[in-house]
Design a protein. Structure first.
Length: 358
């Protein structure tokens, strides 16, 4: 294939059944592509063989459609039920595509879209005939997202073990037992050492999101309170100005007269005192609101600083979690290589033993 040639996976497999090693090689590349976008905080959400490009450089995910939800044999049950897609939805699509690579048919079928949707939602996928592959595919194609692997790294670990197992299809049963033992040990190590760390990280992120939401709600409520007080102060100021205007209108005719009766003068003094008191109250209210706004600004700045510190610590924690998962991948790779070497040694000894006895 030249560098300019590009085919989709749907075109690549249209010729018929793929050899299992080729199917697993494509599955490995697809798992790595999904892991990368998940690590970047994104999901595909509408993965199908026609949206996977195979180029001379490797495998590339094509963008999902911008139109309405499609009903395909690769769509996760929760997305067909109207829920948003997440990483586990992509894992379901991955399982459906790998199933088709192995079995040369989709795991779910029907005469129309409604029949396909019903099969995805309610019908289990038939077995492909390989114990290792059936276990991996059954986990990926679980109807409940919580029953699937929660991260692509877990799928990659299982896929590597399946790939090693597929290299020795003629291996005797006792070597299958060794592979199963190593697989169980690796899974147990992941479950006891790394899965709790990832679960704790998820819990911390959820608590942080709740704290941010609560802080934002408190800030919004405080802003509403200040807005209400400012509105009340402005209304009081308007009333005070109207009162002063009325007072000016009442004083204007008196200024034209040379003398003012003591009684009228007393009324004027009362009006002036009332206006002065109103003006003083408005000024006090406005000053109090300004002071409260300044205090609120300082408090908001402190809260924002605290949020920034929390975000920074969460980012550091996420980096640590990613490093731990990367170390897990390295550990799994070494275990798989050791398993492969062990199987090769056992096979060589099995082949050499009859001639030694002869």
């Amino acid at each position: 294939m030249t560098p300019t040639q590009t085919r989709t996976l749907a075109q690549y497999v249209s010729g018929g059944t793929l050899p299992v090693p080729d199917a697993l090689r494509i599955a490995t590349g697809l798992a790595e592509a999904l892991r990368r976008i998940h690590d970047d905080g994104h999901v595909h959400g509408a993965l199908t063989p026609s949206r996977i490009a195979i180029t001379a450089a490797g495998l590339e995910l094509l963008p999902p459609p911008s139109a309405a939800l499609e009903i395909t044999p690769y769509a996760a049950p929760e997305t067909l039920s109207g829920k948003p897609a997440d990483a586990r939805s992509d894992i379901f699509s991955f399982g459906a595509i790998v199933y088709e690579l192995i079995a040369a048919r989709p795991p779910f079928s029907g005469d129309n879209e409604e029949a396909v949707k019903h099969a995805v939602l309610h019908t289990p996928a038939p077995a492909v005939g390989s114990r290792a592959l059936d276990g991996l595919l059954a986990n990926c194609l679980a109807k409940d997202p919580a029953a699937r692997p929660q991260r692509m790294q877990r799928v990659q670990m299982e896929l590597k073990l399946v790939t090693v197992s597929a290299r020795r299809t003629e291996t005797p049963a006792h070597r299958d037992s060794i592979a199963a033992l190593v697989r169980a040990e690796v899974q147990q190590a992941f479950a006891t050492r790394f899965a709790p760390r990832a679960d704790a990280q998820d819990k911390t992120i959820a608590e942080f999101q709740q704290a941010v939401s609560a802080s934002l709600q408190a800030l919004q409520a405080h802003l509403c309170t200040i807005d209400a007080k400012l509105a009340a102060a402005q209304e009081t100021a308007v009333r005070a100005e109207a009162g002063l205007t009325k007072l000016d209108l009442r004083l204007a005719p008196l200024e034209e007269r040379e003398t003012v009766s003591p009684e009228r003068l007393g009324n004027i003094e009362v009006l002036l005192q009332t206006a002065t008191e109103r003006t003083s109250r408005v000024e006090q209210t406005t000053e109090a609101v300004r002071k409260q706004a300044a205090e609120f600004g300082e408090a908001a700045a402190l809260q924002l600083h605290a949020l920034e510190q929390t975000v920074r610590s969460q980012a550091d924690a996420l980096d640590s979690a990613r490093n731990a998962l990367a170390q897990t991948d390295d550990l799994v790779e070494r275990v798989v290589e050791a398993l492969d070497s062990l199987q090769s040694i056992v096979l060589e000894h099995s082949e050499d033993r009859p001639s030694d006895l002869g």
